[in-house]
Design a protein around this ligand. Structure first.
Ligand SMILES: [Zn+2]
Length: 297
């Protein structure tokens, strides 16, 4: 089923809703990085969340980046998204596998860890990006983001993130995410009604796995809550790296570093963390970059 991201409102426009069905983008991330099962779930959840945050950005040039430093054996997770629903991301130790947790589920919490911080950077073209940070809660990622919105952005939020992975093949069977944020005028009784839905929401990825389109799953989950869809996007896992950008990175390393690369290594090989594309620069190309660095361009 094609990935889709829906933005909408609930309960007479008292609650903002973002929802995503992202099997394809999670599977693309798995294939790109050779993710283990538990890392598929960990990176997949973070990508789904980043796509939903990206879709809330105003301008096409804005970007949002989530950095999870949980201190677990899977290492750090970095994901970046934009307003069109494009996301990219990586996890430091993509092959890490752990035994299933006591509940028989992938043990994302132990892989990611809960000792460090979750940081969100919103780059809106200003000099400095807007930065928010909170301590990790559980390493389950949805809980960590819920805590982030509440404590760092003063926006109470209900967050659900679920990635279903085939136990045999490791392929992604479904990926679902949901972000509910009551608006300032939201009445107390609406909050109670939302809270009552919290358990049902946990079924979203399973519903998508059964083949239900996202829109139908939302209608079922929020039956009687006046769901109004305002926007629909096609999210995707894709990287915007290119050779020019990496040339700038090389130039920014400085003359000394470039000379070292030329004289000792006779070339350079740079890998994009987000998509694993390898960019090779031979000696002549590095010399050209060195001239640019020397002239201070
Ligand atoms: Zn790339």
């Amino acid at each position: 089923m094609q990935d889709v991201l829906i933005k909408g409102l609930l309960c007479a426009d008292a609650v903002r809703l973002s929802a995503i069905s992202g099997q394809e983008l999670c599977e693309a991330a798995r294939m790109t990085h050779g993710l283990s099962r538990v890392c598929t779930a960990a990176l997949g959840r973070t990508l789904l969340m980043t796509a939903m945050m990206g879709a809330d950005l105003k301008s096409g040039h804005d970007k949002v980046t989530a950095i999870i430093k949980g201190g677990g054996p899977a290492g750090n997770i970095v994901c970046t998204g934009n307003s069109a629903g494009a996301v990219k991301g990586y996890i430091e130790n993509p092959a890490l596998e752990l035994p299933l947790g006591p509940d028989g589920k992938l043990d994302v919490s132990s892989a990611v860890g809960w000792y460090g911080a979750l940081t969100v950077l919103r780059d809106m073209g200003l000099k400095e990006p807007y930065t928010g940070r909170c301590a990790m809660v559980s390493g389950e990622i949805a809980e960590d983001f819920a805590q982030y919105f509440t404590s760092s952005e003063q926006q109470p939020s209900l967050v659900y993130l679920g990635v279903r992975v085939d136990s045999q093949t490791g392929k992604v069977r479904a990926g679902g995410g949901l972000l509910l944020q009551p608006l300032p005028h939201c009445p107390e009784e609406t909050l109670d009604r939302l809270q009552a839905k919290a358990e049902g929401i946990q079924r979203l990825a399973a519903m998508l796995e059964e083949g239900l389109p996202l829109k139908d799953a939302l209608s079922a989950l929020f039956d009687g809550m006046d769901l109004r869809i305002v926007d629909e996007l096609r999210p995707a896992f894709c990287c915007d790296c290119n050779r020019e950008r990496l040339e700038k990175v090389l130039i920014s390393l400085g003359r000394e570093e470039l000379r070292d690369m030329i004289e000792q290594e006779h070339g350079a090989e740079l890998t994009c963390h987000f998509c694993n594309t390898i960019y090779r620069f031979d000696e002549a190309q590095l010399r050209a970059l060195l001239r640019e660095a020397v002239s201070g361009v």
